[in-house]
Write a protein that binds this ligand. Structure first.
Ligand code: CA
Ligand code: CA
Ligand code: CA
Ligand code: CA
Length: 234
């Protein structure tokens, strides 16, 4: 009898573990479809007044390893242009030969460190097989060494086009105890990679908390303003 009770308890524990971990995997929240469902006012553009065609009135320095730019095409920085839609509202569609080993990545660099509290990633307008299936959000304070904050390896999260999905600390990734100045989104795979047009993202929004002690080493690198100016001249 005692053994039966112990076994029953063991089964219940396994059931609880399976249910709680599957809840965790499903915690991401669909906010809706279209530009109006974006949260808005994220760290890259708190005023939502950035120029969707060029790098004006944004609060970050942007970089990408494919098609850096806001206008003229389906360029990488369109993931920060506050719009969901076709053509240059999105980043699409990947270079020939498929996604490189280091992934397709776009980075936003900020003046201050932020502990990431939540972020949104939105699907773009075209075929679902281009949506990221293996991807990460990473943080860094030097732009070289990145730490994985959120990672996903599996099915796409998006079941509609131009769909805004929210990911939150404490539910979808660990509550952050460290702040970062750089946030990078990296896509390692999609369902259609590497054939034809195999990649797209509509929009990314980052939100963070800067109300904690700043790493004194980061204080020394207050050259952000001049870096931003040099960047804009180039
Ligand atoms: Ca644009
Ligand atoms: Ca702005
Ligand atoms: Ca934005
Ligand atoms: Ca966009």
């Amino acid at each position: 009898m005692k053994i039966m009770l112990v076994l029953a308890g063991f089964v219940l524990m396994i059931a609880y573990f399976v249910i709680s971990t599957s809840d965790m995997a499903q915690a991401e929240e669909v906010l809706g479809v279209g530009t109006g469902e974006l949260l808005g006012g994220d760290l890259t553009d708190p005023e939502d007044d950035g120029d969707p065609e060029q790098d004006d009135d944004y609060n970050a320095i942007f970089s990408a390893n494919e098609e850096p730019g806001f206008g003229g095409g389906e360029f990488a920085f369109n993931v920060f242009d506050n719009r969901l839609g076709p053509s240059n509202d999105k980043w699409c569609c990947g270079a020939g030969g498929g996604i490189p080993k280091e992934g397709l990545h776009v980075t936003a660099e900020f003046e201050e460190q932020y502990a990431l509290t939540h972020f949104t990633v939105s699907s773009a307008n075209d075929v679902p097989a281009r949506d990221p299936t293996v991807w990460e959000v990473q943080g860094s304070n030097d732009g070289d060494d990145f730490t994985t904050i959120f990672s996903h390896d599996g099915d796409s999260f998006w079941d509609q086009r131009l769909q805004v999905v929210l990911f939150e600390a404490g539910e979808d990734f660990d509550v952050q105890k460290v702040g970062y100045r750089f946030f990078r989104h990296v896509t390692f795979d999609t369902a259609s990679n590497p054939a034809g047009a195999y990649f797209q993202i509509g929009e990314i929004e980052y939100f963070g908390d800067d109300s904690f002690a700043v790493d004194p080493k980061a204080k020394l690198t207050t050259t952000w303003g001049s870096i931003k100016n040099v960047h804009k001249r180039n």
